[in-house]
Design a protein around this ligand. Structure first.
Ligand code: M5T
Ligand code: MG
Length: 606
């Protein structure tokens, strides 16, 4: 039994389905696949407890039947061997029980951790938008760890208490019924006190965990935004904010400690009084001869074996409350529905053609706060659509609808004549490449970042072609490690424009049918932009592309230009159309050309 190895792969379990509002039921389901192992732990415990109890009974036999009666023969040797045997039994099975419980706990939490990680990354955009990262981290680490302790210490501990009680109480009854009853009279009281504190400590612990999550979120944000903090010299402000959050944690921690501090002495006193009362009554009975000396000695041992675990019962009940609270916090994530990636009944065998029709599309993140209103346009396969408009006018929101990061809330978007919602998200995302407005690079090598979307080994030549098109190849070669250069956390070792270009290369390598560039040349100089534009022009052939940009230069060649204002298309046409009609587009055009000609004049006169 001892050589049982922890299974290298925990048994599969759909934890999303297994989650329950009833916390005990939820925990029971969490144990699926490990219940036999856990039962093994409980059985070992029972064997160990019985051995201990038998030791007391053997003691009684030794005193009453051997020592008192003066039988010092081989019997003494047998009794001695009995003691040794029982001690060995107890030790071995105690150890086995602890090991099995720990293995169960590790297995369950390992599976839980893996599942949580996978689950979290499959939740919707909307979920991640509203959930703080620090909170998610807290739940997948600290709370999962509390669950581990629940299985490895607390649940088995409770089991232990009840086993010890049952076995030792039976032995006590066998010794003397009156004594048995007297020595357990206070136990219901201890239980009541424990239950009273259970509720309060649960609440206090929940509040404490919540505050700890707030603190992690503050810390995590502060670290991610450390440049902003420094740039605005807001260290003191941030420190004050942290300090006040920390103070709140301290207060809640203090309350938790106070609850524990009140509970312990109270339950200890009760247990102590109970024990003294039991010993006294026992002693009186032994003196007037109602019970034998051996019985009294065994009795003292048995009472100890009942009261001490009872004392820890309170502690266990109280600690179990932390496990239950943590379960609740973890279950909240598990309960969330995943973004279905495969769902959808329209999946063409090959690639899409790339015709997109927006029919009276409207969209809102929150009810009654539309960010897109009545958007209508038709984009033929291979066309380039440019989106312009003031900041906050809904351009990013519009392109986010294409890979179904969000679904329309009114109207319909059709891809090749089929409602976008009929396509599985996974398929759509394979067909669509998006360079986000604020691209994120992983702390991996540049090569790994560029090949991220492809998921296979890509020949160097292809990687370089993509990098060249994104006008980043030469920059990469200028690094001593070339394509093996590690990008620092969030790409801090790269400049903003370099980061954008790596992100462009990453999307180009994926070779999508529909290409979305969300303001992706905003951080590069005009010359580099021209280089990227030229390379892209070639790449955009045969694929539908959406380009969000602010420079007229970048959108001039588009087949259609859509100008947005407050979520609505206010102008729609080609460059030639729009430049000849009054409106926002001509204003922007005038301003940008005026600036350009002024600059040219300056340069010429210099
Ligand atoms: C349009 C709101 C935003 C703005 C409006 C992405 C996003 C946006 N919004 C949300 O509430 N939640 C979100 O996740 O929607 O925003 P946009 O589409 O990002 O505007 P844009 O791309 O045209 O602006 P810009 O600045 O990138 O040129 O009210 O609050
Ligand atoms: Mg935007």
């Amino acid at each position: 039994m001892l050589s049982l190895k922890l299974k290298s792969n925990p048994p599969e379990l759909d934890l999303h389905k297994a989650v329950s509002d009833n916390r005990l039921l939820g925990l029971w389901r969490l144990m699926s696949g490990y219940r036999w192992l856990y039962l093994g732990a409980a059985v070992s415990l029972a064997i160990a407890a019985t051995s201990k109890t038998l030791t007391f009974m053997l003691l009684r036999y030794l005193v009453d039947e051997v020592l008192t009666k003066g039988r010092f023969g081989t019997i003494l040797l047998w009794v001695a061997l009995g003691f040794i045997g029982l001690a060995l039994f107890e030790g071995t099975f105690s150890f086995t029980s602890g090991r099995l419980a720990a293995m169960t706990a590790e297995g369950i939490t390992r599976r839980l951790r893996n599942y949580l990680y996978d689950h979290i990354q499959r939740l919707s955009f909307a979920y991640h938008a509203k959930m703080a990262t620090g909170e998610l981290i807290q739940r997948s680490t600290s709370d999962v760890d509390a669950l581990r302790r629940f299985f490895s210490d607390q649940a088995i501990g409770i089991c232990r208490v009840f086993l010890l009680f049952a076995i030792n109480f039976t032995a006590l009854l066998d010794l003397n019924v009156t004594l048995a009853l007297i020595s357990t009279i206070a136990i219901p009281l201890v239980l009541l006190v424990s239950l009273y504190f259970f509720k309060r400590i649960s609440k206090a612990y929940e509040a404490f965990q919540e505050q700890e999550a707030t603190l992690s979120t503050t810390l995590q944000e502060n670290l991610s935004g450390v440049r902003v903090v420094k740039a605005f010299a807001r260290q003191n402000f941030e420190m004050d904010k942290f300090e006040s959050d920390n103070l709140e944690k301290f207060k809640r921690g203090k309350h938790l400690v106070l609850m524990n501090a009140l509970f312990w002495p109270l339950s200890d006193t009760l247990c102590g009084l109970q024990m003294i009362a039991g010993f006294l009554v026992g002693a009186l009975m032994a003196i007037d001869g109602t019970i034998s000396l051996g019985t009294y000695m065994a009795y003292i041992g048995l009472v100890g074996a009942i009261i001490f675990p009872m004392r820890s019962l309170g502690r266990l009940i109280v600690q179990m409350s932390t496990g239950l609270v943590s379960y609740q916090r973890v279950a909240k994530i598990l309960k969330e529905e995943r973004e279905p990636l495969q769902e959808g009944n329209h999946q063409p065998a090959g690639n899409v053609k790339g015709e997109l029709a927006f029919k009276n599309v409207s969209f809102e993140y929150e009810a009654d706060n539309p960010v897109l209103k009545g958007v209508n346009f038709l984009c033929l396969p291979g066309q380039m659509i440019a989106l312009m408009g003031s900041t906050g006018s809904g351009k990013t929101s519009l392109v986010n609808l294409l890979p179904r990061f969000y679904d329309v809330t009114g109207g319909v978007i059709e891809l090749d004549g089929v409602d976008l919602r009929q396509y599985p998200r996974r398929y759509l995302r394979q067909q669509i490449g998006i360079v986000e407005q604020e691209p994120f690079l992983f702390s991996r090598t540049i090569r790994e970042n560029i090949t991220y979307g492809v998921g296979r080994d890509v020949p160097q030549i292809e990687i370089e072609a993509a990098a060249q098109a994104a006008a980043i190849h030469d920059v990469i070669l200028s690094f001593p490690e070339g394509y093996n250069t590690l990008v620092g956390e969030r790409g801090v070792t790269l400049s903003g424009g370099q980061k954008q270009r790596v992100a462009i290369a990453r999307t180009l390598l994926k070779d999508p049918r529909i290409l979305i560039l969300d303001d992706s040349t905003s951080s590069v100089d005009t010359e580099t932009e021209a280089a990227i534009r030229k390379a892209l022009e070639h790449l955009m052939k045969n694929r539908t592309s959406f380009v969000i940009a602010h420079r007229i230069q970048s959108v001039m060649n588009a087949d259609q230009i859509l100008v947005f204002d407050k979520g609505e298309i206010v102008q729609h046409g080609s460059h030639a159309d729009l430049v000849n009609q009054p409106g926002i587009y001509r204003q922007i055009f005038d301003i940008q050309t005026r600036i350009e000609s002024e600059v040219e004049k300056e340069v010429a006169s210099a």
